[in-house]
Design a protein around this ligand. Structure first.
Ligand code: SAM
Ligand code: DTB
Ligand code: SF4
Length: 325
């Protein structure tokens, strides 16, 4: 059994990043196969349940009202639309349905609507995940009582680089939300975005923050920035593919039992790069031709990729909390 550590020093993580590429992915893959079936990938499908007009100023996001991205705003979706999208996702093979809302935080009234959605999706025997922005302790408890399995709330980047990306909420706000989620007994899903102009040290520092939380997040989404016209980060230099794969590998090594999710940005990755990410320890991904507001590879393509790599999607309809201790 691999040892789970919550006391990673930045220098140790940077040293992993600095390893020769082959040594790094060999180490990551060895840890991966000790902890998981290396030929299985968990698949989640996303749905934007409330789109656009977000008061936050995240400089990567199509949904911030500060960014003139031409996105049409939508009100909270009716529950019937959510259920029909979830049914479709299940038919297509997803085991988890993730609902995202462009909010700074949910109001108590909107939370009640989301709670009804969670109950309806759970009734389809799917795992549920929501990402609704900052949460108070009481709100997290209500979500737990509704049977929610996962809450996604990303740290996004290192504490040092964070101020370059977002000014309307602090890093500590994010850590507080994660604490409220964890204390309520909901599985934490938290990761970040690469390719926003951060340094390798920032990537190491983001992973350090995640690994040194009191418990490793059950899932760690690693997003490659999707550049969106009208956002301040549009046009920034793309991150080198091998650096992305290195980050996946380091996440796998320092959080050996967490699901590492190959998240946004797959539409611009070739199949070979995705295969290397799976080898380096990614074992989850978003499946379905849409993320929240941008495109994801289409399902036929992903099914073909899985067949070419003999990868099976993980069938796991349990709603029991995943113990990663
Ligand atoms: N509004 C809520 C929040 O920010 O917590 C939930 C939805 S928000 C869209 C969820 C996450 O998606 C963000 O924290 C960010 O990590 C990721 N994301 C958003 N836009 C992205 C983009 N253009 N490229 C990559 N990841 C992105
Ligand atoms: C996460 O880390 N990535 C997902 C999910 N959590 C909510 C969102 C990606 C969004 C990509 C840009 C878009 O489609 O708007
Ligand atoms: Fe709003 Fe979330 Fe987009 Fe930030 S990432 S602007 S909080 S929807």
């Amino acid at each position: 059994m691999s040892e789970l550590r919550n006391n990673w020093e930045l220098g140790e993580i940077e040293a992993l990043f600095d390893l020769p590429f082959n040594d790094l992915i060999y180490q990551a893959h060895s840890i991966h196969r000790k902890n998981f079936d290396q030929n299985k990938v968990q698949v989640s499908t996303l749905l934007s349940i409330k789109t656009g007009a977000c008061p936050e100023d995240c400089s990567y996001c199509s949904q911030s009202s500060r960014n003139d991205t031409g996105l049409e705003r939508e009100r909270l979706l009716p529950i019937e639309e959510v259920v029909s999208a979830a049914k479709q996702a299940k038919e297509n093979g997803a085991t988890r349905f993730c609902m995202g809302a462009a909010w700074r935080n949910p109001t108590d009234k909107s939370l009640d609507h989301v709670i009804n959605m969670i109950a309806a999706v759970k009734a389809l025997d799917m795992e549920t995940c929501v990402t609704l922005g900052m949460l108070e302790e009481e709100q997290a408890k209500k979500l737990k009582d509704s049977g929610l399995d996962y809450y996604n709330h990303n740290l996004d980047t290192s504490p040092e680089f964070y101020g370059e990306v977002i000014s309307t909420r602090t890093y500590q706000d994010r850590l507080d939300t994660l604490e409220n989620v964890r204390k309520a007994g909901i599985n934490v899903c938290s990761g970040g975005i690469l390719g926003m102009g951060e340094t390798r040290r920032d990537r190491a520092s983001l992973l350090q923050q995640l690994a040194n939380l009191p418990e490793h997040p059950a899932s760690v989404p690693i997003n490659d920035l999707v550049q969106i016209k009208g956002t301040p980060l549009d046009g920034i230099d793309k991150l080198d593919s091998f650096e992305f794969i290195r980050t996946v590998a380091v996440a796998r090594i320092i959080m050996p039992k967490s699901y590492v999710r190959l998240s946004a940005g797959r539409a611009e990755m070739n199949d070979e790069m995705q295969a290397l990410c799976f080898f380096a320890g990614a074992n989850s991904m978003f499946y379905g031709d849409r993320l929240l507001t941008t495109d994801n590879p289409d399902e036929d393509h992903d099914q073909q990729l899985f067949r070419r790599l003999n990868i099976e999607s993980e069938k796991r309809y349990s709603s029991a909390p995943v113990s990663i201790r």
